[in-house]
Ligand binder design. Sequence first.
Ligand SMILES: Cc1cc2nc3c(=O)[nH]c(=O)nc-3n(C[C@H](O)[C@H](O)[C@H](O)COP(=O)(O)OP(=O)(O)OC[C@H]3O[C@@H](n4cnc5c(N)ncnc54)[C@H](O)[C@@H]3O)c2cc1C
Length: 389
Amino acid sequence: MKVGIIGAGAAGTSAAKTLQAAGADIDVDLFTRSGEQPYNRTLVNKGAAIGLLEPDQIALPATGVETIADTVRGIDPRSRDVHLDSGQSRTYDALIIASGSRPRTLDEAILGRDQALSAGRLTALHSIADAVRVRDLLATTHPARVLMLGGGLVASETASLLTDAGHDVALITRSLLPGARALGEATARSLPNLHLPQHAAYLGRTPTAIRGHDDRITVVLDDGPRAEGDLAIVAHGTLPAAPAPWTGPDGIPVDDRLRSLHAPRQRIYAAGGVAVHHYPRHGSYRVDHWDDSVAQGVHAATALLHDLGLGDDPGIFLPSSPFSARVHGHTLIGAGHPALGSSTRIVSTDPLLTAHYLGDTPVALTGIDAAALVRDWIPRLHQRAPIRS
Ligand SMILES: Cc1cc2nc3c(=O)[nH]c(=O)nc-3n(C[C@H](O)[C@H](O)[C@H](O)COP(=O)(O)OP(=O)(O)OC[C@H]3O[C@@H](n4cnc5c(N)ncnc54)[C@H](O)[C@@H]3O)c2cc1C
């Protein structure tokens, strides 16, 4: 039995380790991008971009399976082949797609976007290459003026890290309530209180034009003012990233055991930021957090072992892993997927913890500095009994 795993990040490496630990007679090919050593993406901003860690210090430990650094260009589900950048192909009996996500780019309607990108002062912050670009630019200018476009977890955390490093940060968010998508409204309402004493924030503003110059970058906002910086970082969330024939923005829809719905009964599974799930009585959703992707990798590998008659059924996948971001001395913390909820209840006001409900079912938790409470409540997620404080 040959299992191909596409992507050696959170989900891919946890799937590889699960298959290895099963002790079954299974060969694993773990594919990563050409020239890439698998790395921990959560340290792109916390380590590499601020020069705290060298790129090779954020590498993931070896999994013990064969890692092939050759980008997968396409999958042929009928012949069971993956086609590689080098021109070679590898066959598989089963496949786990764990190719993660790609950064959402600035709207192409923003005048000057492409010119600013090529001028080198506008960047995403998703890969090691992005981190090195940011690190090298910051090394030439201290303090640097950094325009942070976005207000979610990665943008907020990076704004905080750069402020701590002595840079002059301005946060520019399209939403008046940044972070609401990741944290829900109740928790997101506290976020401006963390940012505003520390640095400038333009909330509810949309860039209309962006101009890259040799020595600076200018962002023109919809209500007129211009923000000037040495560097602009775009952190507008992610889109799923799968190889052909599934390269579109819709990712890989999966069933409740993480089997691909694109190729039913073909032993193709998807896990992590690329997988699109369906929550009972809700709709489709995607989670792009590290621990949840690890859990999905384990789940997909366990489901595969079960489908091969080599293990127990893992049951339905439900998101309940924790996630966090450190922002200006506080920890934004959560578990599960808040966007699944249709109502919220405050579990605790100090520290703040909100439970997100779908009907009577708690589906997620979010709060600030409430790690211990989140840990206590995680076992109750997806159970129908209401959470009480
Ligand atoms: C700057 C930053 C900070 C973050 N911080 C946090 C945090 O603090 N906490 C948290 O929970 N989450 C954080 N995240 C999100 C977290 O990193 C992701 O949710 C997680 O890495 C997703 O795991 P994954 O396995 O789906 O994808 P990844 O870990 O991204 O792994 C995907 C792998 O697949 C490879 N790949 C893609 N396409 C191909 C192909 N065609 N062929 C071969 N290989 C391919 C990629 O190169 C990559 O190695 C952060 C993300 C970013 C960008």
